[in-house]
Design a protein around this ligand. Structure first.
Ligand SMILES: Cc1cc2nc3c(=O)[nH]c(=O)nc-3n(C[C@H](O)[C@H](O)[C@H](O)COP(=O)(O)OP(=O)(O)OC[C@H]3O[C@@H](n4cnc5c(N)ncnc54)[C@H](O)[C@@H]3O)c2cc1C
Length: 536
């Protein structure tokens, strides 16, 4: 009963243990244009490493252009972000009305009996005890054996979410759960801004109107409506979908993902929350897209992500309101457009694009803040290495692009594997043949009954997502032979006892605490606790 477990600690941001007196050779002044989550997260990540070296970091934010103000769910990597900055949950979570997230329930994406809902968990050390069984049963069921292979029975996070429990165990129970968060996007922005300014980042409220390029085509300065001209060695474009520097000033080509991912708009409406606060995001398939339901301590954030090819903004709002019982409500409604894809060069000349300016894959798996974190943190490594030449540009851009493509493929899988036939939207998604070669190979392996585990473990296929995620989605959507075609399993196939798995998880769950109670009394971290990342 062993699974290969690569249990990695979150890599701290660079500079730890390095000589703070040696500033990077060329970059001494950095101007970040934009003060949304991307601007302030980048400022904090840079500040930690570069302020001690005397680098000046300025965030410039328009007084008239607001932040996007949605984006209220995270991956577990956000925990690594706060850990690396030395900011405790006890400080930031109450300030942002934040809750814990054990994973995401997908409702109504599949019509297959027994698979109409499934949970994509964040993994934990405990899942090491049941992951082998899950992979074994799923592989056997693809080959026709009548075995239980729904992911929810195998993961502790699914049990915690079902019981509205927090991924926080009692002191005596030493098993760490990899968890994410939900938070109020506006409050998170304000919190990060306060922290960055406290740590020495300059903040200017100015509306940038123009960028001046030098003879090499790099950005020399940006001008503001208020009359400033701000020069820097490095400019960070955090202006959101506007892409003021990376797109408007430098004309960096954009690769659209519209052929792979159809959704290009969203409508968001808050609603009251009940007293027992959930510890999961719920993503429900609707007529022309899907709806998120994100619990905060004071409200639900709800939104409908849809495709304007198939549905108007009015229809989407009506469908969402109807679903929430808010048809007559005057709750604030926001309509948003989404540009889906990525720039070809996230780092172009002396400009780095971070956040929505660099690209966006729709929010189904809440990965955008992770992109921000990784784009900024890996760029600090580049600065520390001090090589800003062409090859370094290429290496860096390749790495970020691979991350985008891998994540896109996982998101595409949700849509491609749907079995709904009720609307043209779902039929078009199921019929979509615009799949990357690695994704086609992964599907081919699964459909031909060969295990995807070796290729995904090596990250030869399914890049960017771990094994438990790939098995959760394929098994969770019920990509198996039809029930009438299943046969009795051989003794070798039926080697795992589901009752034992249930008992093990039941005993484990008993050690976890009520989500609401934990939120009222967020415990400080145990000494030395830091993010553990589990990949199988
Ligand atoms: C519908 C939807 C749902 C989402 N859900 C999630 C989720 O669950 N999880 C997740 O991780 N992400 C999610 N995202 C993405 C997430 O919201 C963004 O990645 C994140 O908020 C970062 O945005 P940003 O800072 O890049 O841009 P913005 O928030 O748009 O900030 C842009 C900044 O640029 C400034 N600016 C613009 N023009 C100028 C100018 N001329 N001069 C000076 N400043 C200027 C603005 O003032 C603002 O401060 C979602 C996005 C959408 C659209």
């Amino acid at each position: 009963m062993t699974a290969t477990l690569f249990n990695q600690s979150y890599r701290p941001l660079p500079t730890q243990g390095r000589d703070p007196s040696s500033a990077p050779p060329v970059v001494r002044r950095i101007v970040i244009v934009g003060g949304g989550s991307a601007g302030w997260m980048t400022a904090l990540i840079f500040a930690r490493s570069l302020l001690p070296k005397g680098v000046e970091i300025t965030v410039v934010e328009s007084p008239t252009v607001g932040i996007i103000g949605v984006g209220e769910g995270s991956t577990p990597w956000l925990r690594g972000f706060f850990d690396s900055l030395g900011i405790e949950e006890a400080e930031w979570m109450p300030a942002c009305n934040a809750t814990y997230k054990c994973g995401i329930t997908f409702d109504g994406w599949s019509t297959k009996p027994g698979f109409k809902s499934y949970f994509h968990p964040f993994a934990s050390m405990l899942d090491n005890l049941t992951m082998t069984q899950f992979v074994h049963n799923a592989d056997a069921r693809v080959n026709g054996a009548q075995l239980h292979a729904h992911p929810n029975r195998f993961f502790i996070a699914a049990r915690l979410a079902a019981g509205r429990l927090a991924p926080k165990a009692a002191e005596h129970f030493p098993f760490d759960i990899w968890h994410g968060y939900h938070f109020d996007a506006a409050l998170l922005g304000q919190f990060l801004q306060r922290k960055a300014v406290e740590r020495g980042v300059r903040y200017l409220v100015r509306h940038v109107t123009q960028a001046t390029l030098d003879a090499s085509g790099a950005i020399e300065s940006v001008s503001t409506e208020e009359g400033d001209q701000l020069g820097a060695d490095l400019f960070i474009d955090c202006t959101g979908f506007a892409g003021l520097l990376i797109d408007k000033a430098l004309g960096t080509p954009f690769v659209s993902f519209a052929n792979n991912l159809f959704n290009d708009a969203a409508v968001a409406i808050p609603s009251p929350i009940e007293s027992a606060i959930p510890s999961e995001t719920v993503s429900t398939a609707l007529k022309h897209g899907w709806a998120w339901r994100i619990p905060l301590t004071n409200r639900f954030g709800n939104g409908y992500v849809y495709s304007t090819q198939f549905c108007s903004a009015e229809e989407a709002e009506k469908e969402l309101r109807g679903r929430l019982g808010l048809l007559e409500s005057d709750a604030p409604v926001r309509h948003l457009k989404m540009k889906i894809g990525r720039v070809t060069k996230h780092w172009n000349k002396n400009c780095l694009a971070v956040g929505l300016s660099q690209g966006f894959i729709e929010p189904l798996e809440a990965t955008a803040l992770l992109f921000i974190q990784q784009t900024a943190a890996t760029f600090v490594e580049v600065l520390e290495e001090g090589d800003l030449g062409e090859e370094a540009h290429e290496r860096y851009n390749r790495r970020v692009n691979e991350h985008f493509e891998g994540t896109r493929d996982y998101i595409v899988t949700h849509f491609k594997t749907n079995t709904r036939t009720d609307t043209e939207y779902w039929r078009a998604n199921a019929a979509n043949l615009n799949l990357s070669d690695p994704l086609k190979q992964l599907f081919n392996l699964w459909m031909s009954g060969k295990s995807i585990a070796p290729a995904v473990r090596k990250q030869a296929l399914g890049k960017g997502y771990p094994l438990f995620s790939w098995y959760s989605i394929m098994a969770g959507m019920g990509i198996f032979p039809d029930p009438q075609d299943l046969r009795a399993p051989s003794p070798q196939e039926a080697r795992y006892n589901m009752q034992e798995i249930d008992d093990l998880l039941d005993r484990s769950v008993a050690n976890y605490r009520d989500h609401g109670e934990t939120l009222m009394n967020i415990p400080p971290r145990r000494n030395g606790e830091s993010l553990q990342v589990y990949f199988w």
